[in-house]
Design a protein around this ligand. Structure first.
Ligand SMILES: [Fe+2]
Length: 308
């Protein structure tokens, strides 16, 4: 069977053009083209949401109407999912790659075509996953941004997306939904300006119809609405940072030395003397490492860490 990868996903845009003009920061909307992604559209599970439910071994997330955000959701047995859908709840089918081999292959191909690093299956830095969203008419997702990069294929019905660049934080490592009570400390430290709570009138708007593909970069603001029932299939990729790559590869190297494997003992607790001793020990290790750093090669770190 023909391999489905990035080239077919973003056709007629070429991979080269995509890398030059979009990836990883600029969104891209690609109108439907006849016959494109036939290998996906012909899958039995893409014919109807009920087919996804029939093939489902694991739970389905149903979004609660209180907050119109997928993280305000409950986990349902597949048998109960249809009822929730008929009660106007968006269904989120995580891990679609585990219930269809073509989706699994496509996901892997896209990840490899994008050149995203995993660092091995354990603690996978990229966490490539495919998610199907079944959204009833009249529902939507409130304004938010994700820490992942997202490719969306509209399978059935239509969905309207409004998007805008994020002027408050570059390359966020956390998602954020407007109206959330609190923001994580990590995200707060990454923001250089207050976050917006609504989009401007002139925000980019695209109407996703069957066959359309949309690339939403990490951190890009977006909100969606549906006027009719909608089914879409997403390919989602965490965005391994240089900090992830450095700490993961360095950790692999450090763990080869008994002094770095030693228990980080006494750092927390009420015994001030033990705590000070622990801090001094860490200080000693860090200073020693700093002295070695000029000799350390990025390439060697990546090799030792199993990242290349
Ligand atoms: Fe999103």
């Amino acid at each position: 069977m023909k391999k489905i990868g990035l080239a077919e996903l973003i056709a007629p845009i070429s991979v080269e053009e995509f890398f030059n003009s979009n990836w990883p920061v600029e969104p891209l909307f690609i109108p439907a083209t006849k016959g494109k992604l036939e290998g996906i559209f012909s899958l039995p599970q893409m014919q109807d949401m009920t087919k996804i439910i029939e093939a489902r071994q694991r739970k389905v997330r149903a979004c609660l109407p209180d907050f119109d955000d997928e993280y305000s959701s409950i986990h349902l047995e597949p048998n109960d999912a249809l009822k929730a859908y008929r009660n106007n709840m968006t269904l989120v089918f995580d891990s679609m790659q585990s219930q269809d081999a073509t989706i699994a292959d496509t996901l892997k191909n896209i990840r490899m075509d994008l050149g995203l690093v995993t660092g091995g299956e354990e603690n996978d830095l990229c966490k490539a996953r495919s998610i199907a969203y079944a959204t009833p008419a009249g529902c939507g997702t409130r304004l938010h941004f994700d820490a992942n990069a997202n490719f969306i294929i509209q399978i059935k019905g239509t969905k309207t997306w409004r998007l805008a660049p994020n002027e408050s934080v570059e390359f966020p490592t956390e998602r954020f939904t407007t109206g959330s009570e609190e923001m994580s400390a990590a995200l707060e430290n990454q923001c250089h300006a207050p976050l917006i709570d609504m989009l401007d009138e002139d925000a980019m708007e695209v109407v996703m119809k069957p066959g359309c593909v949309l690339f939403v970069p990490r951190g890009y603001w977006h909100e969606t609405t549906t006027e009719e029932d909608s089914l879409s299939l997403n390919f989602t990729f965490s965005q391994p940072t240089w900090a992830d790559v450095f700490t993961k590869s360095l950790q692999e190297v450090l763990l080869r030395s008994p002094e770095w494997r030693d228990l980080a003992d006494g750092l927390e607790g009420t015994d001030q003397e033990r705590k000070e001793k622990a801090i001094a020990r860490f200080e000693f290790l860090v200073k020693n490492l700093a002295a070695d750093l000029p000799e350390i090669s990025g390439r060697v770190l990546l090799q030792e860490g199993g990242l290349i």
